[in-house]
Design a protein around this ligand. Structure first.
Ligand SMILES: Cc1cc2nc3c(=O)[nH]c(=O)nc-3n(C[C@H](O)[C@H](O)[C@H](O)COP(=O)(O)O)c2cc1C
Length: 193
């Protein structure tokens, strides 16, 4: 028996993505974004509340980086999603993390996160319902050597990425590999019934 749950935002999993920007004064701001995704192989789509300091920084000319949160950085990442740079003037400093300028875009790279997408602000869009979205062009990805295997593939055990569940407002670690995509379903391609 299935049960109707009504209208819920239950698309699982969602990313735990830290968007880092510069303010016009050069100050670093970081926010936590789960309502974001890829919309092309070199394009991210960020669903943002327009009043965030992050959005103000983008509108003032900042590009942005997106760093994917890890288990060791979970508390700092959650904090970035609760405090606003509009209110907490030393928001980033309080995290104790460190930032350096990106070599590719006008945005900070937070050094402690092992995987970072460097994104050029591409365009923004407000739909008829007032939802505000920002498109970012991925111009480079920075990966810490510690999360790469010798053959260049990702070592997920060393990386320890976390995911967000909107079903219970909880961060989850990832488990073992379940199967290879574009591969485990191949038998159905040739199956006759
Ligand atoms: C798990 C989590 C996910 C979030 N996802 C989003 C999101 O996708 N879009 C958004 O606008 N705010 C999201 N937020 C809220 C912002 O991160 C939060 O309001 C933050 O304080 C904004 O910071 P800023 O004003 O310094 O930019 C999320 C917060 C948490 C904890």
């Amino acid at each position: 028996m299935k049960k109707d749950l009504g209208v819920k935002d239950y698309l699982f999993p969602m990313p735990v993505a830290m968007i880092a920007t510069y303010g016009p004064d050069g100050k670093v701001d970081v926010m936590n974004m789960a309502w974001g995704t890829l919309c092309d192989s070199n394009m991210v789509l960020c669903n943002l509340t327009e009043s965030h300091k992050t959005v103000k920084n983008m509108k003032a000319g900042s590009d942005f980086t997106i760093s994917l949160a890890t288990k060791p950085l979970m508390a700092a990442s959650d904090y970035f999603g609760m405090a606003s740079g509009n209110v907490v003037q030393d928001k980033f400093e309080r995290s104790g993390l460190h930032a350096v300028p990106s070599k590719h875009v006008k945005a900070p790279v937070i050094e402690e996160y092992p995987l970072t997408l460097e994104c050029r602000f591409h365009k923004d869009y407000r739909d008829d319902e007032g939802n505000y979205m920002v498109y970012g062009e991925i111009v480079n990805v920075l990966a810490d050597e510690t999360i790469l295997n010798a053959d260049g593939s990702f070592n997920f055990e060393a990386w320890k990425p976390i995911l967000f569940s909107s079903l219970d407002a909880t961060y989850y670690e990832i488990g073992p590999k379940a199967g290879k995509a574009f591969s485990v379903g191949k038998e159905y391609l040739t199956k006759k019934h």
